[in-house]
Write a protein that binds this ligand. Structure first.
Ligand SMILES: *[C@@H]1O[C@H](CO)[C@@H](O)[C@H](O)[C@H]1NC(C)=O
Ligand SMILES: *[C@@H]1O[C@H](CO)[C@@H](O)[C@H](O)[C@H]1NC(C)=O
Ligand SMILES: *[C@@H]1O[C@H](CO)[C@@H](O)[C@H](O)[C@H]1NC(C)=O
Ligand SMILES: *[C@@H]1O[C@H](CO)[C@@H](O)[C@H](O)[C@H]1NC(C)=O
Ligand SMILES: *[C@@H]1O[C@H](CO)[C@@H](O)[C@H](O)[C@H]1NC(C)=O
Ligand SMILES: *[C@@H]1O[C@H](CO)[C@@H](O)[C@H](O)[C@H]1NC(C)=O
Ligand SMILES: *[C@@H]1O[C@H](CO)[C@@H](O)[C@H](O)[C@H]1NC(C)=O
Ligand SMILES: *[C@@H]1O[C@H](CO)[C@@H](O)[C@H](O)[C@H]1NC(C)=O
Ligand SMILES: *[C@@H]1O[C@H](CO)[C@@H](O)[C@H](O)[C@H]1NC(C)=O
Length: 335
């Protein structure tokens, strides 16, 4: 029917060769060729949209993921065993992107940045990526590589700052666009224990009436500038003066929390050997003060040694100056 109409119009035009308005000609053109225009329109949409959806969108998604930041707010390692622990970690995503895609739950390999191997795989929950969004991880972690975790623990112990790498390939989705896989490779800088700088024996006394082998009690101060809470179990430290073993110190059920930790200690010390060294040392130990070198011995939880914490403790030596004359005098030994 439309064809016959067009036919009529065409005849009319031929009969009357007078100029026809541009508008009319255009209308006529579209009336006849609408289907061709539709096909061209669809092709253009596909040519433009497909690369946007399958090339530009994944690129933008990857770019935004790479540009985002991650801040670890807190990290609690509890219930440690030789091959795992319970992890509670809270972190914040930082992003300046105007897109807020959903990032699906994924397995992330966690390692000390630059280390040969990851020490654990952590399941990161599904999150909507947005500036300031908090990501909570709470799970039992199996150490895939205990040696790598020993390296991580040692790095935490010795450094003011450490870099932790989190790597995974999550699926991401923006609105109703298809899911795309992105690479999440984030290195976060965290404060470490900085060699426990500031560690001190706040007070101590030699127990003359001790009923066990532990003949010294006191309080130690352990600063923890990191956001880590570490359940370290029963910690044993060796005490020595000028290379001679003088005893051992015990920090029972040590839980290092962020900030200042003041915890009780007990020790088994060889008082007479200390007194002898003090006398033999003469002028070296002026005013009765002796430098005790504290070295790591072990970390034991529920009867099992935690090799990674033991390694970290052994990597660091501490020196505390103790007024031995005063302590011995209080215990009734006057030099
Ligand atoms: C993650 O990125 C760092 C540098 O930013 C690179 O050295 C490392 O190889 C990447 N990790 C993986 C698994 O590709
Ligand atoms: C042991 O001696 C200390 C002082 O050196 C005293 O404070 C404590 O009460 C005594 N304990 C016992 C069980 O006698
Ligand atoms: C010494 O310390 C141990 C462990 O901290 C504690 O059980 C004990 O009561 C303390 N003894 C004294 C005399 O303070
Ligand atoms: C921790 O102790 C240091 C001094 O030893 C002090 O300057 C700091 O304010 C204390 N921090 C907290 C949170 O109590
Ligand atoms: C420390 O030990 C060395 C040898 O082991 C000895 O020569 C030196 O006199 C000792 N110093 C003190 C202050 O006792
Ligand atoms: C730890 O202490 C035990 C004694 O309690 C000792 O036999 C052992 O040699 C010490 N180990 C280290 C590495 O200091
Ligand atoms: C630490 O040692 C004490 C005494 O031996 C024990 O009762 C306690 O269960 C130990 N703590 C841990 C976490 O193993
Ligand atoms: C700690 O001291 C011990 C004994 O003095 C020594 O053998 C060890 O090499 C020292 N470790 C570190 C990390 O300084
Ligand atoms: C250590 O204690 C003794 C005896 O109480 C005292 O004479 C001496 O001054 C003290 N030393 C220091 C450095 O405080």
């Amino acid at each position: 029917m439309s064809v016959s109409k067009t036919g009529v119009m065409e005849t009319t035009t031929a009969d009357v060769p007078v100029k026809q308005s541009f508008g009319a000609r255009t209308a006529r053109h579209y009336k006849k060729w609408w289907w061709a225009h539709l096909i061209i329109f669809v092709i253009v949409v596909l040519v433009v949209a497909l690369p946007v959806v399958y090339v530009a969108y994944p690129k933008i998604a990857q770019h935004d993921v790479s540009a985002s930041t991650l801040t670890v707010n807190s990290m609690i390692l509890s219930n440690p065993s030789p091959d795992g622990f319970h992890l509670e970690q809270v972190q914040t995503i930082g992003s300046h992107s105007s897109y807020h895609p959903k990032i699906y739950s994924f397995d992330a390999a966690v390692s000390l940045a630059g280390a040969a191997a990851a020490f654990a795989t952590v399941r990161v929950p599904t999150v909507k990526s947005k500036d300031g969004v908090k990501v909570d991880v709470s799970q039992d972690v199996d150490l895939s590589d205990t040696a790598a975790f020993g390296g991580f623990s040692t790095a935490i112990m010795l450094n003011e700052e450490i870099e932790m790498n989190i790597y995974g390939k999550p699926k991401l989705q923006q609105g109703s666009l298809p899911k795309v896989t992105v690479t999440y490779n984030k290195t976060v800088t965290m404060k470490g224990l900085n060699k426990l700088k500031g560690f001190d024996v706040v007070e101590f006394q030699i127990l003359t009436n001790a009923t066990t082998s532990r003949n010294m009690n006191g309080t130690v101060y352990i600063p923890n500038p990191s956001v880590l809470t570490l359940y370290m179990g029963n910690v044993t430290l060796n005490l020595a003066v000028n290379g001679t073993t003088m005893g051992q110190t015990y920090l029972e059920d040590l839980v290092l929390k962020p900030g200042n930790n003041t915890v009780p200690m007990s020790a088994t010390v060889q008082e007479l050997q200390i007194a002898n060294a003090l006398i033999l040392g003469g002028d070296t130990y002026k005013d009765g003060v002796m430098p005790f070198v504290i070295t790591g011995n072990s970390s034991v939880h529920n009867g099992k040694e935690l090799p990674y914490f033991t390694e970290a403790l052994k990597s660091n030596n501490l020196t505390v100056n103790l007024n031995v004359t005063e302590a011995l005098a209080k215990a009734g030994i006057n030099l």
